[in-house]
Design a binder for this molecule. Sequence first.
Ligand code: ZN
Length: 203
Amino acid sequence: MASVSLSSLGNSLGIMRMKAALKDATGFFQEGPEQLEQVKSLVEEELKSDPSLKDVKVVFAPGTSGAYDPRTDTIYLGVINPAVLAHEIGHAKNIRGTSIYRNLLRAGGLANTVSATMALPTTLALRAFMEDRKKRNEILNVLTTLTAVSAAPTLSEELSASMDAVRHSDSKLQAVKSLLPAYLSYLGTTAIPIGIYQYLGKQ
Ligand SMILES: [Zn+2]
């Protein structure tokens, strides 16, 4: 996939390319020309406050919402929505160049995935094979803590990027509506294993 530089979205030619690449994409609040103008002024504003962002690459990926890949310093953009772009720029500002933080996020994400897939079988095994209720509950509490701790870096990074996006948005309400569902799904990924440990496990 061809990429453009983030700075190109600060001029009309880049905006036209984005419009052509994402013309069939569906997404919230994608209706008017004011969205295009807001993307342009967002990028102008972000580059003014941090000129090094001009090197961030942007790949148009219809069918997705948005994502930032720190390994390649690339934003994947699937919708014409200034709030989504501002959120991904928020990630870029937080993560690029800081490998410790990036590794922490990766490790947390991995532990979360393991927790999400292993919570149910682990809990069922504990219930089946561990007679001692007190011991069992102690283990379940440790697993709960590990899940919450491993999720914390991702949850705080997502919240930080979204708050950054809302701060940069002309329409705050529209930005919240665009970004809240994704945040709730991150919360759900953490809440489900915790619910399994605490409620199913302790029955
Ligand atoms: Zn995000």
